[in-house]
Design a protein around this ligand. Structure first.
Ligand SMILES: Cc1ncc(COP(=O)(O)O)c(C=O)c1O
Length: 368
């Protein structure tokens, strides 16, 4: 008899599929790493800001000691930026950590979590890892159907995940619609509003979700330094919520969940508004270029407010895998999204102008 360990709900988890690393593609396809273009993980193509690199160099001498468990300096900087008390902030090892912590802090095994079809994969993983029930509402035009999500909230629902903009689809819900939704969610149900891409929003689309945190004690806003701030490899994100929520996250988090270098780099990156502006402008320009090419190639795409675009590369369910392989052979890494139930589509991160051009040239060859 084969031994089986762990609960059934853990064995049922399909592991998270990450973007392929450059080194792996180089090995697998016999390519030179220097010529590989990676547009697979929604990273900032500008890399880490120089201000953060300098902060890391300064902090390196402190690495013999544990990090500041309470991240005094970073929390003070975030508190000043968002005009909230430091107690309203919880740091995470990436915002992924925040999402997991929230599920564990607010939901018991057997209770339910509501999220949308085609929303970020970690919502399903966090739910499953807890042995909680998934209440998944069908997407509308690849985005969240907020009315359906409200209607799905059951007696035992304790958490709702909303991503705005959403990954992998890039869809966006305007601020007024979103706040009206939050106002209707019962107060004993926590809304985790995942704003990993919020820094990329065009000026006209921005809304103040931190003001909502003051109004709604059941709202938790999750943000990350992985995307526009360019610190994905350091793993740092944060939550802003009222103390009744953050207090629970703080009890559950590992005492040293955010390392010294990440804290130092985040303080620097937070102050580096020029880098953030450059990142957003580069992204907007890349988005125009990619979507114009998709139109020329008559490829359907989902209008995106993130730093990536979902594009349909064929009308049969083998299309995503096939075109992805043809791109990999040419040294271009994008993200197949078959695991999201989107086998005809690929998600491409918006890169530097030369990376976008390399992707488009490879795509045209792959489709030919
Ligand atoms: C919507 C969304 N939320 C959260 C994350 C987690 O990012 P991180 O853990 O790097 O902060 C991602 C990363 O792709 C994302 O797309």
């Amino acid at each position: 008899m084969t031994l089986q360990f762990g609960p059934n709900y853990v064995r049922a988890i399909a592991p998270y599929v990450a973007g392929k690393p450059i080194s792996e593609v180089a090995r697998e396809f016999g390519l030179d790493e220097a010529h590989i273009v990676k547009l697979a993980s929604n990273e900032n193509p500008l890399g880490m800001p120089e201000s953060a690199q300098r902060a890391i160099a300064r902090a390196a001498s402190e690495l013999g000691r544990y990090p500041d468990s309470n991240a005094f300096e970073l929390k003070a900087a975030l508190a000043a930026r968002y005009d909230v008390p430091p107690e309203w902030i919880t740091l995470g090892n990436g915002s992924n950590d925040i999402l997991e912590l929230a599920a564990h802090a607010f939901v018991e095994r057997g209770q339910s979590i509501v999220y949308s079809q085609y929303s970020f994969a970690v919502y399903a993983l966090a739910t499953q890892g807890l042995g909680a029930r998934h209440l998944v509402t069908p997407a509308v035009q690849h985005g969240h159907d907020l009315d359906a999500m409200l209607a799905a909230i059951a007696d035992d629902t304790r958490l709702v995940f909303v991503a705005n903009p959403n990954n992998p689809t890039g869809t966006f819900i305007d601020g007024a619609t979103l706040e009206a939704f939050i106002a209707k969610v019962p107060r004993h149900v926590v809304v985790v509003l995942d704003e990993a891409y919020t820094e990329y929003l065009a000026a006209g689309k921005r809304y103040d979700s931190i003001a909502w945190v003051r109004r709604y004690p059941n709202l938790l806003v999750s943000r990350t330094f992985s995307k526009a701030y360019g610190l994905a490899g350091l793993r740092i994100g944060f939550a802003i919520a009222q103390p009744e929520l953050t207090d629970l996250l703080n009890r559950l988090r590992q005492p040293f969940n955010v390392n010294t270098l990440a804290q130092a780099a985040a303080v620097a990156a937070l102050a580096d508004t020029a880098f953030l502006e450059r990142s957003a402008a580069l992204n907007a320009e890349g988005y125009r270029l990619l979507t114009a090419a998709f139109e020329r190639l008559e490829l359907e795409y989902v209008p995106s407010d993130g730093n990536f675009v979902l594009v349909r590369v064929g009308s049969d369910d083998g299309a995503g895998g096939r075109v992805n392989l043809a791109l990999l052979r040419q040294g271009v890494i994008v993200r197949p999204v078959g695991n999201y139930g989107l086998p005809q589509w690929l998600r491409v991160t918006i890169g530097l102008p030369e990376e976008n051009a390399a992707f488009l040239a490879a795509l045209e060859r792959a489709l030919a």
